[in-house]
Write a protein that binds this ligand. Structure first.
Ligand SMILES: Cc1ncc(COP(=O)(O)O)c(C=O)c1O
Length: 396
């Protein structure tokens, strides 16, 4: 009997893998080569010698290599505390708390502040880490269609008698679509409907706004927002994330965010990597300008080639192809042509909108953009793509 149960679980795992394979949804770990068009290294800092030297220096002068415990035990250090103060000042908020990953920050934040009886309003394209945090909290979830402010307003009004807290959760730049949240509308709705707002600036930090401070800081509304999450694994070429908020909320998270409480702190020298990356990123207006210009050029060339690149305006440019097989097929052809891209399929994106997600960095040149569009056009029109797949591209 006990053995039967073990076999059943193993069979279930094998079956699920087979299902994924049949639906062209099986993912595997690969080391990509070629022009990197699927990285979040928006300012090209991952290979920047200035960052490398700062890290070498930080390691050379480090008292210890490991944090040795969670922040509430032995893992706290002057380096992390100073960095949190520095980041809060940068973000324009009273306080900041660092988590070991953006995933941990979102899950920890949302699962700590929301509880059963509360209602959370979430954009349909929010990142999995936000979704998982809401799920864990036990709050009622209302998913509004992507960017649909009327739907959101109606849903907030419908819940006007609810006695629990109301919280709206959004990304500022959506990671799969590359478009912007309607932040002014969200701020207005939050204010008029008695709701709090939480914003994930993962893809905006470093890439846009004054000194790369993202969307919220540019609008000067940072103190009206309950919490803003900035991840360090993207434009800062590091890892982790800051939840920027009031001092009271930080104190609450230190006591209640389980992904903070029950996880070993990152080593103190790593705080100095983030400090150095932030200092470089703040000054890189010319890289931000280039990133913006190649994003405009890529969208213009894709549209001229009759391809659907969504309604965004940022450095994330989706090429929406429709069927899973089409996206996988086009990605394989682009990889063979020397472009490191990945096919993005459901459940990461809605069914029928499988795509190649081009994520530009300031290292990409206008010539790369031109070659890429040529290669995408050739892949889409190649004979390797069946007539049925080509039709899904036309309709995507
Ligand atoms: C919008 C958004 N939030 C959070 C995360 C998670 O951040 P991390 O990779 O640091 O865990 C990501 C990662 O892709 C993201 O795109």
């Amino acid at each position: 009997m006990a053995d039967d149960l073990r076999v059943r679980l193993r069979e279930r795992i094998a079956e699920e893998l087979e299902n994924l394979r049949e639906q062209s949804q099986l993912r595997s770990l690969e080391i990509l080569s070629g022009v990197n068009l699927c990285s979040n290294d928006y300012l090209g800092l991952a290979a920047d010698p200035r960052l490398k030297h700062a890290v070498i220096e930080a390691v050379a002068s480090a008292r210890q290599m490991g944090a040795t415990g969670s922040r509430l035990l032995s893992g706290n250090s002057r380096e992390w505390q100073e960095l949190e103060s520095e980041f809060a000042e940068f973000a324009g908020t009273e306080s900041a708390l660092y988590f070991g990953s953006g995933y941990a920050a979102n899950v920890g934040l949302l699962s700590a502040i929301l509880q059963p009886g509360d209602v959370v309003f979430s954009d349909a394209l929010n990142h999995a880490s936000l979704i998982d945090g809401m799920r864990l909290s036990g709050a009622e979830k209302i998913i509004y269609p992507h960017g649909d402010m009327q739907f959101l307003e109606d849903a907030l009004r419908e819940k006007s008698r609810s006695t629990g807290a109301k919280v709206i959760v959004t990304e500022s730049i959506f990671s799969m679509e590359g478009d912007l949240a309607r932040m002014e509308d969200l701020l207005r709705l939050a204010k008029t409907q008695g709701a709090e707002l939480i914003v994930d600036e993962a893809h905006a930090l470093g890439a846009c706004g004054p000194e790369g401070r993202g969307i919220i800081a540019g609008l000067k509304h940072e103190r009206e927002i309950l919490a803003i999450v900035y991840t360090c694994g993207k434009a800062l070429a590091s890892a982790g994330a800051f939840v920027c908020c009031s001092a009271k909320l930080k104190e609450f998270l230190v006591n209640r965010a389980r992904t903070f409480l029950f996880s070993t702190a990152l080593p103190p020298y790593f705080a100095r990597q983030i400090h150095a990356a932030l200092a470089i990123a703040r000054k890189e207006d010319s890289r931000r300008k280039h990133l913006h210009e190649i994003s405009i050029a890529l969208r213009a060339e894709l549209s001229a080639a009759g391809l659907n690149c969504g309604a965004g305006s940022t450095q994330i440019v989706p090429v929406i192809l429709g069927a899973n097989e089409t996206a996988v097929n086009v990605a394989a052809q682009l990889q063979a042509a020397g472009f490191a891209v990945r096919a993005i399929r459901p459940p990461t994106v809605p069914a029928g909108t499988a795509r190649i997600r081009v994520s530009l960095t300031s290292r990409i040149t206008f010539a790369d953009v031109h070659r890429l569009v040529g290669a995408i056009g050739a892949a889409v029109h190649s004979r390797d793509l069946s007539a049925a797949e080509a039709a899904t591209v036309a309709n995507a």
